[in-house]
Ligand binder design. Structure first.
Ligand code: NAD
Ligand SMILES: O=C(O)C(=O)C[C@@H](O)[C@H](O)[C@H](O)COP(=O)(O)O
Ligand code: ZN
Length: 368
């Protein structure tokens, strides 16, 4: 078992990463002051519920906790205001009070939704993340919680840190291959922004990672969490540095929104966005090898680097204006300087962005 700490003063918390952690959940909850006297609410989705919900409810019951559960439909569409209202209804009917805790059992969708419910229920109660996807090594850390608006991703949200992250790697063994690859996109992103050696390690160990090899996963997820925890600890509310965690997201979020949430998994859209950022880097004068190496890393992890030809450049350009990094008329892009290091660049020429998006279309130009 490995522990990574997120250092945020009185809001600091540990990320426990390892095999067999769920069976000791009662002990972890008691150590972290989760009240035995107020009901807990578990939020999960209908793929995860048949696999792990009964087990979690049973373990918590044995530890003396009363729980209510809300099972939402699997997929990005659950990150909506209407589903949030349903979650709130379960909380109210379940008599959750201000000492209650919300438990997110699932991937990034459940984590963002349940976390936002915890941030807003009675103006904020505790929550615990129990990630069950590879992607959630990113989403369960750092306290960004949100639901989507049909026009833009994560538009309605808050910063609300969990009490702890309990990452039982055994749960990952049931992930479908597409979700495995999607999660590895954010893992290699952590290397691309802060640690080139780690990005290269992801490529070299792609076959073990894709095959869910426990040792490779434990190392890759711990290193990814450590990079994220370090960035978040330095800039919790994205005043500056934290924006680097958004590599590939300006284009990627716009692709997700324009495609209608669901055609692309988050990690897939971000992979296309990272290929776009690497193209932009080269067009802005960085070494041409950045694009070639980035694409080769993404492809080794079975991730897409081009988008479907039906997506319109105009609509993507419009959707990008809702990016949270767009302020006072200026768009910020996260641009690689080399593999393992990025800059936050203001005012990338719009025409360059437009041409880059055209090139990202399937059948678009292969040269940068
Ligand atoms: N808050 C953040 O910092 C942050 C960071 C990255 C991504 N995100 C968000 O996370 C979301 C994507 O997360 P995701 O990729 O985990 O998606 P997800 O939560 O939809 O999970 C992917 C799929 O895997 C299924 N699943 C989950 N765990 C499983 C398991 N153990 N076995 C079998 N099936 C399982 C789910 O039912 C779902 O169908 C996006 O909404 C994205 O915006 C947030
Ligand atoms: O934690 C962060 O900060 C990130 O940017 C991590 C991203 O991987 C994640 O997708 C996040 O939800 C994006 O946030 P947003 O502020 O761009 O909506
Ligand atoms: Zn992301």
């Amino acid at each position: 078992m490995r522990t990574v700490n997120v250092d945020l003063g009185e809001r600091s918390y540990p990320i426990y990463i390892g095999s067999g952690l769920l069976s000791n959940i009662g002990q972890y909850f008691k150590e972290h002051g989760i009240s035995l006297n107020s009901p807990l609410m578990i939020v999960t989705d209908d793929n995860i519920a048949p696999l792990y919900l009964n087990l979690l409810e049973q373990l918590l019951l044995e530890a003396g906790y009363a729980t209510v559960s809300k099972v939402v439909n699997a997929g990005e569409t659950a990150k909506s205001l209407s589903v949030l209202e349903e979650v709130m209804t379960t909380a109210i009917k379940g008599n959750l009070d201000r000492n209650s805790t919300v438990i997110a059992l699932g991937g990034g969708v459940v984590g963002d939704l349940a976390g936002f419910a915890a941030a807003t229920y009675m103006r904020g109660i505790k929550f615990v993340q129990i990630p069950t996807t590879i992607l959630a090594h990113d989403s369960s850390v750092g306290g960004k919680v949100a639901v989507n608006h049909p026009l833009a991703k994560n538009m309605i949200g808050a910063f609300h840190q969990p009490e702890m992250v309990l990452y039982d790697l055994d749960t990952l063994q049931t992930l479908p291959p597409r979700d495995v690859a999607s999660g590895l996109s954010e893992m290699v992103k952590h290397g691309l922004i802060r640690d080139g050696e780690f990005a290269r390690w992801c490529k070299e160990h792609a076959s073990e990672l894709l095959a869910l090899d426990p040792e490779a996963l434990e190392y890759g997820l711990s290193r990814g969490c450590a990079i994220k925890a370090d960035v978040v600890s330095r800039d919790e509310r994205e005043n500056d540095l934290r924006a680097i965690l958004n590599l590939g997201h300006t284009i990627g979020h716009a692709i997700e929104a324009v495609a209608g949430y669901g055609e692309y998994m988050h990690g897939e859209a971000i992979a296309i966005g990272m290929a776009g950022s690497a193209r932009l880097a080269v067009r802005l004068g960085r070494d041409a090898n950045i694009y070639d190496e980035t694409v080769s890393m993404l492809q080794s992890l079975r991730l897409p680097v081009t988008m479907s030809s039906h997506l319109s450049t105009d609509e993507i350009m419009e959707a990008m204006k809702h990016d949270k990094k767009f302020r006072e008329g200026h768009m910020l892009f996260i641009i690689p300087d080399s593999i393992g290091s990025v800059s936050i660049v203001k005012d990338v020429p719009e025409q360059l962005v437009r041409e880059t998006i055209d090139q990202l279309r399937e059948g678009g130009e292969t040269d940068v």
